[in-house]
Design a protein around this ligand. Sequence first.
Ligand code: PMP
Length: 415
Amino acid sequence: MSARSVAASPEFDPRAVRAEFPILDQLVEGKPLVYLDNAASTQKPEAVIEAIAHYYRHDHSNVHRGAHALADRATAAFEQARSDVAAFLGGAKREEIIFTRGTTESINLVANSWGRTQLGPGDEILLTEMEHHANIVPWQMVAEATGAVIRVAPVLDNGELDFVAWTALLGERTRLVAMTEVSNTLGTVNPVAEVVQRAHAVGAVVLIDGAQAVNHFPVDVLALEADFYVFSGHKLFGPTGVGVLYGREALLEAMPPWQGGGEMIERVSFSAGTTYTGLPWKFEAGTPHIAGVIGLGAAIRWLDGLDRAAAARHEQALLERVDTALAGMSDVTRVGVAPGKVAVASFLLAGSHPSDVGMLLDQQGMAVRTGHHCTMPLMDRYGIPGTVRASFSLYNTFDEVDRFIEGLDKVRSFL
Ligand code: PMP
């Protein structure tokens, strides 16, 4: 099937989907915006914008506490989103869905609550060279506090995880495996199902960072048997400031709360001490990002209405087109060419700094990201300061790929 015929497919029309995203319909530097920074954050469909506006126009109140109509409506909408997320992750229990500020906070929650109580001197945390800083720094902090040791599995030249080396690093001292399902810099899709099985065989607990996975393909945390799975709303067509921690009920039950305050208590007393409420609220101290959670629920329902397999095929066709073009350019070095990767094209243009390329593309109305992409150890591994990263989503078009390639030609003429 050619790239063009995928675009014309009646089952998935990227132009119709695109029309639901008002922000994409604008000029930048006098030219139609080409938004290729989707790995940093995706744009929001009308359904999400409207859900948030509707909530503030009609239903806003604090949740879980008021005995009045608005409080009931806000609580119902908030808790409906929890059910939507549970279903989205393949049928998790509502109690297993904790709302956080995002992937970063979800990982910090696990590191602080599970990590600080379960890890001790000499225990090993197994990471990879391609982790985002959000899946490195919280573990470094917990390692420093507990005496645990961090092991790092290498990445092969093509951007694949060195699975042989990873397996060799896994052992009976490994207590925690944390791995990204999809690399934000390389697009590599890691074999997380195999990772979970092998980690469980040595008794390790597994956290999967799904920040870059959930918007590209469906995820089933039960089939995956992940212990923890985390993602952010804003990379999934939802709002910023909201994210999810999925945790297996038995693990979450055994973990202490990490933040104290309202909403997470059963009874507070100076004389008799404080007792905590159950899951999921035990981990949701304070007033949550109610509008954000409702917006995330709307994003998930919007995504559920699409043919996701067809959307994924469209993204792959976009990737094939851009990768073919980049591979044919003698002055381009692609960083991350693992088979089966998602639609992320990271590269260097000879004789230029990534930030200059980004600036010259911006002048043509094109948004890409440049720099280390919060993966400094990965940059060190390749011996580069950063890359230019064009990351695609289901609303991007073949015309945009072509404009991007033409844009690179123009960049060359300025260098
Ligand atoms: N992990 C990965 C793989 C990411 O791409 C990102 C965001 N770039 C994060 C974690 C952190 O997500 P957030 O900033 O939304 O917490």
